[in-house]
Design a protein around this ligand. Structure first.
Ligand code: BTX
Length: 313
C-alpha cells in the first residue's frame, strides 16, 4: 500500500479493491498509521496521500518489508531511556528471543566501552541493542563485533554511497570522524553463551555535536548534506547482520575477514594501541581468524592485541 501512495492521491475504494478488504478496514488502518507517526492527508472524492512520516520511529514502518527471520522481528521502542543496553540485559534475562531489538529515540546515559559516554540525542540516530543467542562457544564471541562492523559499513555504503572505514575493533568512521560505535556485552559461562547484547549507536541525522565531540564525530546528514532514512538503515543493518552471522556460525571468520579488510585502512600503517596492559606502537599487520589484531613491533616481534583503542600515527 505504501509503495502505491507516492505523492498521488489514491482512493479508499481502490486500496480496498487492491487489498481485498472493506473500506472500513482501510479507515481503521489509516488511523493506526497516523497514530504510528505517518502524516496522511485525506480529501473527500480524491482519497489519501502519504505526506511523509515524522521523525519518530514506528514499529509498523520498521517491520514493513523487513527481510529477516529473526533480527528485528521483535522490536521494543522507547521514547527515552537511560541506555538501551540496560533494558536489553533485563529482557534477555527474562528470556527475550534471539534477534529482539531494543530501540530508543533518546538515551540519557548512553554508554560506550569502559564507562565512556555515548551522546544519543532525540530522533537523530539509531540507538539500539540487539539480543543475540548465537550457537557458538564463548571463545568465538569477540569476532561478532567485527561481523556487526562489516554489516554497518555495508549498510551505510548501500544507503548513501559513502564508503566508510572500520577502525578496529568497534568504530565506523567517515574520513577521520566517528559515525558509529559498537558495544558488545556477553553473558556466558565457561562453555556456553547465555546471550550477547550488541549495542549500536549510529549518528544518522545529527545536525550538530556538542563542543567536545565536534572534531571527532560526524553524521550521515553532515557527510551527505541530506537527511537519511533511519528506518531503511536499521532494516539494512538487521538484514546484513543476520546474513553475516549465519556465515560466521557455519564457516567461521575467514570469509567475513575478507569483507572486513576491504573497509580497513590501517593495515600496513604505523599505529598506537592503548591496552589495559600498556601502550604499544608498531605496524598493524592485520587480524587473525579469531579477530585478534596483530601488531609488529620495531624489533619484528608480533604482539597479539585482544582489546585496545588504536590510533593511526
Ligand atoms: P567507545 O568507547 O569506542 O566510544 C566512546 C567515545 O566516543 C566517547 O568517549 C566519545 O569520545 C566519543 N563519542 C561519544 N558519543 C559519540 C557520538 N554520538 N558519535 C561519535 N563519537 C562519540 C563506542 O564506544 C560504542 C558506543 C555504543 C553506543 C550504543 S547506543 C545503543 C547502545 N546503548 C548504549 O548505552 N550504548 C550502545
Amino acid at each position: 500500500m505504501f509503495s502505491s501512495m507516492g505523492n498521488e492521491y489514491i482512493s479508499g475504494q481502490q486500496i480496498a479493491q487492491e487489498l481485498g478488504c472493506s473500506r472500513q478496514a482501510i479507515w481503521k488502518a489509516m488511523d493506526e498509521l497516523r497514530q504510528d507517526g505517518f502524516e496522511i492527508e485525506a480529501i473527500r472524492r480524491k482519497g489519501y496521500r502519504l505526506i511523509g512520516n515524522s521523525d519518530q520511529f514506528s514499529k509498523s514502518e520498521l517491520l514493513y518489508q523487513l527481510n529477516t527471520s529473526h533480527i528485528g522481528q521483535v522490536i521494543e521502542l522507547y521514547e527515552s531511556v537511560s541506555s538501551t543496553q540496560i533494558i536489553a540485559h533485563e529482557k534477555a534475562k527474562d528470556g527475550a528471543k534471539h534477534g529482539t531489538v531494543i530501540m530508543a529515540e533518546e538515551q540519557t546515559s548512553g554508554r560506550g566501552r569502559m564507562t565512556r559516554q555515548w551522546s544519543s540525542p532525540k530522533n537523530t540516530g539509531i540507538w539500539m541493542s540487539t539480543i543475540l543467542r548465537p550457537t557458538i562457544h564463548p571463545q568465538e564471541a569477540p569476532p561478532i563485533t567485527l561481523v556487526v562492523a562489516v554489516a554497518i559499513a555495508q549498510s551505510i555504503e548501500e544507503l548513501t554511497g559513502i564508503i566508510p572505514t572500520i577502525k578496529w575493533p568497534n568504530d565506523i568512521l567517515v574520513g577521520s570522524k566517528k559515525i558509529a560505535g559498537i558495544l558488545t556485552e556477553l553473558q556466558s559461562e565457561m562453555d556456553v553463551i547465555h546471550y550477547m547484547i550488541i549495542g549500536t549507536g549510529i549518528n544518522v541525522n545529527t545536525e550538530e555535536f556538542p563542543e567536545e565531540l565536534k572534531s571527532i564525530a560526524s553524521s550521515l546528514l553532515i557527510e551527505t548534506g541530506e537527511k537519511q532514512s533511519r528506518v531503511k538503515l536499521a532494516q539494512l543493518i538487521w538484514e546484513k547482520v543476520e546474513k553475516l552471522l549465519d556465515i560466521y556460525e557455519k564457516h567461521g571468520f575467514a570469509p567475513i575477514k575478507l569483507l572486513w579488510e576491504s573497509y580497513v585502512q590501517s593495515i600496513g600503517q604505523e599505529i598506537q594501541a592503548r591496552t589495559l596492559q600498556g601502550t604499544y606502537q608498531g605496524i598493524m599487520r592485520g587480524i587473525t581468524d579469531k579477530g585478534v589484531l596483530e601488531l609488529e613491533l620495531s624489533n619484528g616481534r608480533i604482539v597479539p592485541i585482544y582489546s585496545a583503542d588504536i590510533e593511526i600515527l
